[in-house]
Design a protein around this ligand. Structure first.
Ligand SMILES: Cc1ncc(COP(=O)(O)O)c(C=O)c1O
Length: 441
């Protein structure tokens, strides 16, 4: 509960509104069977891999050749802010905003007709764009509303038996820990939390790989990890960790990838995991309220759906929560993948790493600052966690907010100030942040 409250309160920004916690109304279609729903909603096809890309192709071109200013100009983030909170919630880029507007106008004018005429095609666009970004088959992708929803559905859907063990780490986010706790409780399984490193700043790949391998026992069925820890900024050497486990047929490796997606130049195959769960409304700049679960074809049968699906044709489609969604947001997600595709995943990764390197180099040179995130490029991504002598995390974040710098406090114990330089930032902004932190001595 404490963590929940602190998570919501984690951001300190200059006067902008706080996210409301919204109560969701639930409508029950008790006497409508699934087949009727599939027909009525037009969502019944295994749509992945079919349908045109007109919607995405219609998006205006981003002239990346002329530099990062063009990318920055796609966003309406206030020019008076240095926005280093993109790990938290995305601002929508122009292409996403325009797609949302287009679909909203269509739905408002004719909700049933627009959905029936376009629903399959637009969902197929999203799945194809996601598949192309992830290096995955669209039919293996399930769309969700957030990382948290994906983690809850994935871990809650595992068939666990008494005696089975799930191994996770002490560094994971609340949503993973809580989803695992609930899943283990239901199935009579146990959860073991392993510390993968002692001091994040000095963590090594060997230490992490060895600690995970040592935590696995004969009854371990599931390994639940987070690609980039929002507690420390440590990025796990996922592939090496999996190799370190040896390939055990019965072991499922699941990854909360939300802080790697939209940052790193990886595919699901290069990562080597069985399931990748992520929200798309952070680094990826997807519409708020979008996310995905990708599963390896051979791994999907290990998970049972929880929410009745309105689609079918593959295990991922069966796992995709049905019901009507905020379709204009879901369908506009294709634009976020396309934006990253046009910029190029390698360029995105290089840019984010170079901004974070600059920030870490500057912080490491300050005697009143302790850097918690590793300097190693292989063990860090877009998140920089640090502390300032004699100042609480909230005091640091508030002091930065007074200088119009958006930082967040990590929602963990112990908590720390955190900055996330991303594509909306410039090297000059990083230098201004460093000047502000230097002044906190
Ligand atoms: C590692 C990690 N996973 C999941 C989440 C929650 O993501 P979402 O808002 O998409 O549920 C967060 C924080 O927002 C996080 O830091």
């Amino acid at each position: 509960m404490t963590i929940r409250r602190r998570f919501v309160q984690g951001v300190r920004t200059p006067p902008v509104s706080r996210s409301p916690i919204i109560g969701l109304g639930v409508r029950v279609y008790a006497d409508v069977n699934r087949r009727q729903l599939l027909v009525r909603t037009g969502l019944g096809l295994a749509a992945a891999g079919v349908g045109g890309l007109e919607e995405i192709a219609a998006a205006p071109h981003v002239d990346v050749a002329s530099g990062w200013d063009d990318v920055r100009s796609q966003f309406r983030v206030s020019r008076s802010l240095i926005h280093m909170g993109g790990l938290y919630l995305a601002s929508h880029p122009g292409a996403v905003r325009r797609a949302i507007d287009r679909h909203r106008r269509g739905l408002d004018a004719d909700p049933v007709g627009y959905l029936h005429r376009n629903g399959d095609r637009l969902e197929a666009n999203v799945l194809r764009a996601a598949g192309s970004y992830l290096g995955a088959r669209p039919v293996d992708v399930a769309l969700t509303d957030s990382t948290t929803m994906g983690l809850g559905l994935l871990y809650g859907g595992l068939s666990l038996r008494p005696g089975d063990e799930i191994v996770t780490s002490t560094h994971d986010f609340y949503a993973t820990h809580e989803a695992l706790r609930l899943a283990a409780e239901r199935g009579g399984a146990t959860v073991r939390r392993a510390a993968l490193y002692r001091d994040p700043a000095r963590a090594t790949e060997e230490e992490i790989v060895g600690n995970l391998a040592r935590a696995i026992g004969p009854n371990t069925r599931v390994v639940a990890l987070t690609w980039v820890h929002s507690s420390t900024g440590v990025m796990l050497p996922v592939r090496r960790m999996i190799q370190g486990l040896g390939r055990r047929v019965s072991l499922l490796v699941c990854l909360d990838g939300v802080h790697g997606l939209g940052v790193e130049n990886e595919t699901v195959e290069s990562l080597g995991v069985d399931f990748l769960v992520a929200g798309c409304h952070k680094w990826l700049f997807g519409p708020r309220g979008t996310g995905l679960v990708w599963g390896r074809a051979s791994a999907w049968p290990a998970v049972r759906p929880t929410i009745p699906a309105f689609s079918g044709g593959s295990p991922a489609r069966d796992f995709t929560p049905g019901g009507f969604h905020s379709f204009e947001h879901r369908w506009a997600l294709a634009e976020a993948f396309r934006l990253h595709g046009r910029i190029g995943k390698a360029r995105v990764a290089a840019r984010i790493h170079s901004l974070n390197r600059r920030l870490k180099d500057g912080l490491a040179s300050m005697s009143h600052v302790t850097l918690l995130t590793p300097r190693s490029e292989a063990l860090s991504a877009g998140i920089v966690v640090f502390s300032v002598d004699r100042l609480s995390p909230n005091a640091v974040v508030s002091a930065l907010a007074r200088r119009r710098i958006v930082a967040t406090v990590t929602p963990y114990t112990p908590s720390h100030p955190r900055l996330a330089p991303g594509l909306l930032n410039t090297p000059g902004e990083v230098d201004r942040v460093l000047t502000a932190i230097r002044a906190l001595r």
